[in-house]
Design a binder for this molecule. Structure first.
Ligand code: FAD
Ligand code: NAI
Length: 476
């Protein structure tokens, strides 16, 4: 007889493993199916985020930033360093050891919470008597388990383009781009999105000449216009070459590197020769061989599983969360959905305000925002006020030498409710949390302005921007 669980989660990325843990905390008997194999061929938990996404990319970003600082930003402090060298193999090994520590950490959390790891590819295999059947194809055998509730958290993978063969050696998606054995002299990147900018920054700092080719005529279209404009200035000054409005015509991999022909924004045919190429043009949901049809479910026209605001599919007890459903492909969005679904199964009444999910792009400086952009408010016809304050006059930022950027607060013109906050700063990823908390509590700009912020700190700029909404910034 098949083993029965209260909850089976398929996929152990941030959406799946967090959901499994929350369900176990709530007293359910839980199993989680995972098939991921790391480069050593070992099965590993943690999904894209821990293995080839958030965690390894941030480790390399930090290492490359140290190198960049040592080469370019210590002199001003009166510190001279000679002969700064980079050992890419050691840097990548450090990144790999962080990944191992984190993925093994989830194995520990599974043991602690008595979650069974079903190893292999999981798929639905019909339903009967109020139980879904889940088949897990392991290394040697296929095991069938049953559960009243199934949570699909199968995540996403890199989108590839036809005519551009990704081998993760010469032409790479995120997986190969996090494991280069040496610094390519010339690096091409297709797509000036989040991965293109983050990984482009890593390899530029380590010495590559980086050219980013973007199809859209606008830079960072999802960000607030003021942020996108400022970032364009900063990144191009740092040496990132970005071509907007291009059409890739041909990609020709050879022994010496890759030749790309593209049509630029003026319609002129251009040739770019690079030693390596990263393709980062978005991600697609993982739904192949998932057995959805066995329970009468299909994916939508974009390949995602349709769910409501609470991640319910049209079938009772069958949920989908994370990158495999609508909404931003962000680890913390998936985690929150995982918690919400586990609590729903337990009969609680959880809720996610998708407008309060923060975004961060880990460039240097970082970019972060939560809520609406100014252009969105204009489109919605909403009356708003703006307050903006630069880090250039903040004592802490000057002390650390990280004075690029600003905080911009958008508030409702009559109620003063905070509608959006946009930050460019070395620590934007941390600063944005205050804004997310404020928006979750539907705070006004005046609320932020009245709260005591530590001095000297970068967070004072958040308060000054909130004061600036009412045209009463104190330090400018
Ligand atoms: P995933 O993490 O993709 O996990 C899905 C898991 O399901 C995988 O382990 C897969 O093996 C498994 N699986 C799939 N199908 C099956 C099956 N049939 N049977 C068994 N197992 C299966 N987001 C951020 O918020 N911050 C960041 O800084 C950030 N950086 C990123 C950097 C890079 C380079 C990339 C590529 C992504 C980054 N992301 C970041 C996005 C983030 O990684 C994803 O949003 C997140 O991992 C999605 O979580 P998930 O659990 O939905 O799916
Ligand atoms: P993306 O959607 O951020 O950017 C893709 C870019 O490629 C877009 O600007 C798009 O216009 C462009 N593009 C698409 N087709 C193209 C073509 N044929 N030629 C040239 N340009 C083309 O996708 P990306 O960077 O691959 O990242 C995927 C997702 O992973 C992100 O959307 C994000 O959700 C997640 N992620 C999050 C991070 C974070 O939170 N810091 C870091 C990295 C990834």
């Amino acid at each position: 007889m098949a083993e029965r669980y209260d909850v089976i989660v398929i996929g152990s990325g941030p959406a799946g493993y967090i959901s499994a843990i929350r369900a176990a905390q709530l007293g359910f008997k839980v199993a989680c199916v995972e098939k991921w194999r790391n480069p050593k061929g070992e099965l590993a938990l943690g999904g894209t985020c821990l293995n080839v996404g958030c965690i390894p990319s941030k480790a390399l970003l930090a290492s490359s930033e140290q190198y960049d600082n040592a080469r370019h930003h210590l002199d001003v402090h009166g510190i001279s360093v000679q002969d700064v060298k980079v050992d890419v193999a050691k840097m990548v090994a450090r990144k790999d050891s962080i990944v191992t520590k984190m993925t093994k950490g989830i194995e520990f959390l599974f043991r602690k919470n008595k979650i069974t790891w079903l190893k292999g590819h999981g798929k639905l295999a019909g339903a009967a008597d109020g139980f879904y059947r889940v088949e897990v194809a392991g290394e040697t055998e296929t095991q069938v388990s049953e559960a009243k509730n199934v949570i699909i958290a199968t995540g996403s993978k890199a989108r590839h383009l036809s005519g551009i063969p990704v081998d993760n050696e010469l032409i790479c998606d995120n997986e190969g781009a996090l494991a280069f054995a040496s610094v390519p002299k010339r690096l091409g990147v297709i797509g000036a999105g989040v991965i293109g900018l983050e990984l482009g920054s890593v390899w530029r700092r380590l010495g590559s000449e980086v050219t980013v080719l973007e199809a859209l005529p606008t830079f960072l279209a999802a960000a607030d216009d003021a942020v996108a404009k400022e970032c364009w200035k900063i990144f191009t000054k740092q040496g990132l070459k970005i071509e907007l409005g291009v059409k890739i015509d041909k990609v020709d991999p050879g022994k010496q590197g890759v030749k790309l022909s593209f049509t630029d924004a003026k319609g002129v045919e251009q040739l770019l020769e690079v030693d390596r190429l990263i393709v980062s043009v978005g991600r697609v949901p993982n739904t192949e061989n998932l057995g959805l049809e066995t329970v009468g479910l299909a994916v939508n026209e974009r390949g995602f599983i349709d769910v409501d605001d609470q991640c319910r599919t049209k079938l009772p007890g069958l949920f989908a969360i994370g990158d495999v459903v609508r909404g931003p492909m962000l680890a913390h969005k998936g985690e929150d959905e995982g918690v919400m679904v586990a609590e729903l199964i337990a009969g609680q009444k959880p809720h996610i305000d998708y407008n309060c999910i923060p975004w961060v792009i880990y460039t240097s400086p970082e970019i972060a925002w939560v809520g609406k952009t100014e252009q969105q408010l204009k489109t919605e016809g909403r009356a708003y006020k703006t307050g903006q304050f630069p880090f250039a006059v903040n004592g802490r930022a000057l002390g650390t030498g990280e004075s690029d950027g600003f905080v911009k607060v958008l508030a409702d013109a009559s109620t003063d409710e905070v509608l959006g906050v946009h930050v460019i700063a070395s620590s934007a990823s941390d600063l944005i949390s205050e804004a997310a908390v404020a928006m979750e509590f539907r705070a006004s700009a005046e609320d932020i302005a009245r709260i005591c912020h530590p001095h000297p700190s970068m967070s004072e700029v958040m308060r000054e921007a909130a004061l600036a909404v009412d045209k009463r910034a104190l330090n400018m």
